[in-house]
Write a protein that binds this ligand. Structure first.
Ligand SMILES: *[C@@H]1O[C@H](CO)[C@@H](O)[C@H](O)[C@H]1NC(C)=O
Ligand SMILES: *[C@@H]1O[C@H](CO)[C@@H](O)[C@H](O)[C@H]1NC(C)=O
Length: 328
């Protein structure tokens, strides 16, 4: 009887993992031309053996290094995309696969979306915000929760997030940190209630700016460090307006976390026409994953993972630029 109870508890946990939603950038279009699935993207590590944890868990700990470029975000991608100031990048966010049928992010994961730019590697206060989008409007109370960037824009737009390389930006290696935030459990802070809290999905893309630009990025913010549990945009009740009884008035505006957008960024980003995707549109089954700082590698006998190695993971960010090693 005892073992049955344990089994039930594990099954229940597995279900919880399944309903968590995970999205990441599957591809980057440069002026409408796809640069190839997974190319130049520091794809977040899987967070558990199949069938759990499709891709990354959201990052909820605001003090974790994972808030910078997600889990294993210090691991370079062998590719870097060469861009010029004024180029239009479109990030292709997806959830289960890179197709039009994909839901991109769970429909409940309303929240803001942001894009930051930093020299690569990042240093203290090197992330500068170049785009943001939050709450469009608060729908008519009490039953409409409003329109949010993640769901009403990015997901509705087939996962496309548009950003433009700042005019005159000085040549060099940069990291773009793009982020979606799910506020569906953000009525409590992760610090106070660890099984709830805002869910951050940061993703980093490696670019090299070329040309003779002279504009340097101003001082920005650090990740971790930029967001606090006391930020009004980190603890926010998106369901307040749907409640029949509320003790304090519901917020009708939303303050996006982090600094204001840099004045050197383009005030508007327009969707350019996109060509076909290049590369795979489905994920291959993962053979390694990370959970609580332990990296596990496995082979598969049917569906059952057979663990071949485990190691402890500590993020190691170099202080100076090191060219990525080519893919084997
Ligand atoms: C980027 O998009 C803007 C707005 O649509 C357009 O004016 C500009 O020419 C595009 N830049 C490039 C390099 O295609
Ligand atoms: C892609 O994922 C969506 C769910 O997000 C699913 O409905 C669709 O069948 C999947 N397509 C492929 C080709 O796997």
């Amino acid at each position: 009887m005892k073992s049955l109870r344990v089994f039930t508890a594990i099954a229940a946990l597995a279900n919880v993992e399944l309903v968590r939603s995970h999205c990441f950038i599957w591809g980057v279009y440069l002026n409408g031309v796809d640069q190839g699935t997974y190319h130049a993207i520091r794809t977040p590590a899987y967070n558990g053996p199949p069938p759990r944890g499709y891709a990354n868990s959201p990052v909820k700990d605001l003090n974790s290094i994972d808030l910078r470029c997600n889990v294993l975000g210090d691991k370079q991608n062998p590719y870097t995309i060469k861009v010029q100031p004024g180029d239009n990048l479109t990030f292709d966010w997806h959830h289960n696969n890179r197709t039009e049928a994909d839901d991109v992010i769970a429909s409940s994961h309303h929240g803001p979306a942001m894009v930051y730019l930093s020299p690569d590697p990042p240093t203290e206060n090197s992330f500068v915000k170049i785009w943001e989008e939050g709450l469009f409007e608060l729908g008519s109370a009490p039953f409409a929760p409003g329109k949010w960037a993640t769901t009403a824009d990015i997901a509705a737009n087939n996962g496309h997030m548009n950003v433009r390389i700042p005019a005159g930006l000085k040549a060099g290696h940069y990291l773009i940190r793009a982020e979606m935030v799910g506020l569906h459990e953000a009525d409590s802070s992760y610090e106070k209630v660890p099984f709830r809290g805002a869910q951050f999905y940061p993703n980093c893309v490696q670019i090299e700016v070329v040309g003779d630009g002279t504009v340097e990025l101003p001082s920005g913010v650090s990740f971790p460090g930029a967001y606090k549990y006391s930020d009004p945009g980190v603890v926010y009740d998106i369901y307040c307006s749907t409640k029949t009884t509320v003790t304090t008035p519901c917020a009708t505006t939303y303050q996006i976390p982090g600094p204001t957008v840099w004045s050197g960024a383009w005030p508007e980003t327009t969707q350019v026409e996109l060509g076909p995707i290049s590369g795979v549109s489905t994920a291959t089954r993962w053979s390694s994953w990370i959970s609580k700082s332990i990296v596990t590698t496995a082979t598969f006998d049917g569906n059952a993972p057979k663990v071949v190695a485990t190691s402890t993971y500590t993020a190691s960010w170099s202080a100076k630029y090191v060219a990525p090693t080519a893919a084997v």
